[in-house]
Design a protein around this ligand. Structure first.
Ligand code: PLP
Length: 393
C-alpha cells in the first residue's frame, strides 16, 4: 500500500491537467513573444489561463502576474513593494509563523536598512488583529500575513486584519495564500488584500509555476528584469506548459472545491478521533476549528518526528514533520516554537495533509500502523521508560 498524506509539500497533478499540458510540451512550442502563428498559440493559452486563475480568486485577469513559484510570488510582493515605496517609509510587518519565502526576504530587507516587526501568535497560531493595529506606524509600507499555515493549518482572520490596516494606515496588505487556495474560498475583494500569492503545485497543478495578484494602483517594482513579459513586471520566457496546467487546475478546482472539502473533512475527523483513542500523550497543534479541512498536525511525546516519518515511510505512508533535522543539530520548527510549545514536544511533530484522492481505507490502514510505529519508537526512548516508571507501569 502506498499512501500519500503530504499534500502540504505538493499535490499530485490532476490527470486532466496533465493531458491539457501535453500539446505545449510537444507540437505547440512557440515563444509567446513571437509574432507568428506558433507564438499566437502560446499567447492564447497564457491569456486563457490568466482568466481562469483570476476567476479562482475573483480578480481581473490583467492583475495576475505569472511567476515560477509561490516563493517567487512572495519575494516579488515583498521586495518589489519595499523598493517601490522606499520614499514613503521603511517599516514592514509580518508574523513569526510565515513561510521562509516571506521571512527570508524580510531578513534581507532588514540588512538593507528596513525595519521589520514580527508579530506573535497565540497558542493556536492566530495573529491578533489588535496586535497588527498596535504595530502599524506612519512609515509602515507593507503588512504580510499568511492566509493558512502549512505546518499547523491555522487560518488567519484576514478580513479583520485588512480592515485594521486600511482604517489605520496606508500600508499595503499582502497574503500568502499558497496553502489555502486549494481548499478555501479565496476572494481578493472579500479579503481586502492588495497582493496575494498562489502556487499551482498545491492545487493539483504542475510544479514551477505560481502567480501574484497585484491590485490596480499598487506600486511594485519587478525582481526579474529583461524582456517585456507580464507587462515588464516579471521578465523571462513564460513556462507555457506550466501556465496552461495552472489554468486548467484552477478551472477544475473552482468546480470541485466544495465536493472535495466535504470529502476531506469526512476523512480527517475519524483520523483525529482514531489517533486520540489509540495513542496517549499526543498534542494536536493549530486551531481546532479555524484550520484547513484536510490538515492534521500533532506532536507525539517521547519521539522524534524524523524517526516517525522514516518508519511510516517503510510502511508505505508518506507524511511530513514540522521540525527540520540537520546532520549535527535538530532545529526546532519556528512555527511550533512560536506557539510556545516546549522543545521536547516540538521534536515529535507530525503533519498529515490529505487530498481528495484519499480513501477511508487509507485512514483505517494508517490507524492500524501508527500505534505500532509509536510504540516501537517509544520502546527505544529512555524518557518514555522513565515516564512509565513514574506512572508505576
Ligand atoms: N508559502 C507557503 C505557505 C508554502 O507552504 C509554500 C510551500 O510549501 C510556499 C509559500 C512556497 O511555494 P512554492 O513551493 O511554490 O515555492
Amino acid at each position: 500500500m502506498k499512501i500519500y498524506f503530504d499534500n502540504i509539500a505538493t499535490t499530485m497533478v490532476h490527470p486532466d491537467v496533465y493531458k491539457y499540458m501535453l500539446p505545449f510540451l510537444s507540437d505547440n512550442y512557440g515563444n509567446p513573444e513571437s509574432l507568428h502563428f506558433f507564438g499566437d498559440e502560446s499567447r492564447t493559452i497564457i491569456e486563457s489561463s490568466r482568466i481562469s486563475v483570476a476567476q479562482l480568486i475573483n480578480a481581473e485577469p490583467e492583475d495576475i502576474i505569472f511567476t515560477s513559484s509561490g516563493t517567487e510570488a512572495n519575494n516579488l510582493a515583498i521586495k518589489g513593494v519595499a523598493e517601490a515605496r522606499l520614499s514613503i517609509g521603511k517599516h514592514l510587518i509580518t508574523s513569526s509563523i510565515e513561510h521562509f519565502s516571506v521571512l527570508h526576504p524580510y531578513k534581507r530587507l532588514e540588512k538593507l536598512g528596513y525595519e521589520a516587526t514580527y508579530l506573535p501568535v497565540d497558542r493556536f497560531g492566530l495573529v491578533n488583529p489588535d496586535d497588527v493595529r498596535k504595530a502599524l506606524r506612519k512609515d509602515t509600507i507593507l503588512v504580510s500575513i499568511m492566509h493558512a499555515n502549512n505546518e499547523i493549518g491555522t487560518i488567519q482572520p484576514i478580513e479583520e486584519i485588512s480592515k485594521v490596516i486600511k482604517e489605520n494606515s496606508k500600508a499595503y496588505f499582502h497574503t500568502d495564500a499558497v496553502q489555502s487556495v486549494g481548499y478555501l474560498n479565496v476572494d481578493i475583494n472579500e479579503m481586502g488584500v492588495d497582493l496575494l500569492s498562489i502556487s499551482a503545485h498545491k492545487f493539483y497543478g504542475p510544479k514551477g509555476v505560481g502567480a501574484l495578484y497585484v491590485r490596480k494602483g499598487t506600486k511594485m517594482l519587478p525582481l526579474i528584469e529583461g524582456g517585456v513579459q507580464e507587462n515588464g513586471r516579471r521578465a523571462g520566457i513564460h513556462n507555457v506548459p506550466g501556465i496552461a496546467g495552472m489554468g486548467k487546475a484552477a478551472e477544475i478546482l473552482k468546480d470541485k472545491r466544495k465536493e472535495w472539502v466535504t470529502h476531506l473533512i469526512s476523512l480527517r475527523d475519524p483520523l483525529v478521533k482514531g489517533i486520540t483513542n489509540l495513542v496517549e500523550k499526543v498534542y494536536f497543534t493549530g486551531h481546532p476549528q479555524q484550520r484547513l479541512p484536510g490538515h492534521l498536525s500533532l506532536c507525539v511525546e517521547f519521539i522524534e518526528g524524523e524517526s516517525m516519518l522514516m518508519l511510516l515511510s517503510t510502511k508505505g505512508i508518506a507524511a511530513a514533520s514540522g521540525s527540520t533535522c540537520t546532520s549535527r543539530a535538530l532545529k526546532a520548527s519556528h512555527v511550533l516554537t512560536a506557539l510556545g510549545l516546549p522543545a521536547e514536544i516540538i521534536q515529535g511533530s507530525l503533519v498529515l495533509s490529505l487530498s481528495p484522492d484519499n480513501q477511508y481505507s487509507e485512514i483505517e490502514y494508517f490507524l492500524k500502523i501508527f500505534p505500532e510505529v509509536v510504540n516501537r519508537l517509544r520502546n527505544m526512548s529512555p524518557l518514555y521508560t522513565k515516564y512509565l516508571k513514574e506512572k508505576g507501569v
